[in-house]
Design a protein around this ligand. Structure first.
Ligand SMILES: Nc1nc2c(ncn2[C@@H]2O[C@H](COP(=O)(O)OP(=O)(O)OP(=O)(O)O)[C@@H](O)[C@H]2O)c(=O)[nH]1
Ligand SMILES: [Mg+2]
Length: 207
């Protein structure tokens, strides 16, 4: 079985704006999850190019609509897309496309996910049910995915992996990891779990 490439060199931001000569496998990856789960933070922490963000300030009006429990300090939200890139060993380059988290931007989801090979679904253990809609979209799109619990400080620590898997109704083969989206190494590890899953998931003749 092929194994997932490791990240190259020191993080963060190993590479420059130009693709390394060693780039062989260019892969589109979706970074998705519900509102305020850390998608923008994760892409920001790992990207070797200056990430593209489309952040707008949360307003008084949106406070009526957006569920800010657990993320009271949040000041901005993604209104269209995040984009970043990371080069891994073995010539694998991940192009990271982050989705908006809010239902009202749902119409963008299909366009942003088009052509992705897999998805990293971020989940906040304090608000597990907020992830159901996004998991439904990922499954509907037929995208292989890995789940990464983003480690917020007051996340409940008493759930077992089995309980978390059951709560999310995950297939036994779906990778489930924890990460701190602010930490590049931790975020890359979550992406590597997804890449390994994509490798394992390939038809045998393609390996
Ligand atoms: N403690 C902690 N805070 C985090 C972590 N990841 C993100 N945050 C904070 O959580 C808030 C939400 O992060 P974002 O990256 O904006 O979340 P998002 O999923 O892109 O949000 P939307 O685009 O609005 O859906 C920010 O204030 C981050 O600083 C984490 O791993 N730990
Ligand atoms: Mg965002």
């Amino acid at each position: 079985m092929a194994s997932a490439p490791s990240s190259t060199g020191e993080l963060p931001r190993t590479g420059g704006p130009h693709l390394p000569d060693t780039a062989r496998h260019l892969v589109k990856i979706l970074v998705t999850g519900p509102f305020g789960v850390g998608k923008t933070t994760l892409i920001d922490s790992v990207s070797e190019i200056r990430p593209l963000h489309t952040e707008e300030r949360l307003t008084e009006a949106s406070a009526q609509v957006d569920e800010l429990d657990g993320i009271r300090d949040k000041e901005t939200t993604t209104v269209a897309i995040d984009f970043g890139r990371i080069s891994l060993a073995g010539g694998v380059v991940l192009y990271l496309f982050g989705t908006p988290g809010q239902q009202r931007f749902r119409t963008l989801w299909d366009d942003i996910s088009y052509g992705a090979l897999g998805a990293l679904v971020l989940v906040d253990a304090r608000r597990i049910d907020a992830s159901f809609d996004v998991l439904g979209l990922v499954e509907e799109a037929g995208l292989p995915y890995a789940v990464a619990f983003n480690a917020f400080p007051d996340a409940p620590g008493h759930h077992t992996d089995e309980q978390l898997r059951a709560a999310l109704d995950l297939e036994p083969g779906t990778p489930m990891v924890t990460c701190d989206a602010r930490d590049p190494h931790s975020s890359v590890d979550a992406l590597l779990a997804l890449v390994q899953h994509l490798i394992d998931d390939r038809p045998a003749e393609a390996r």
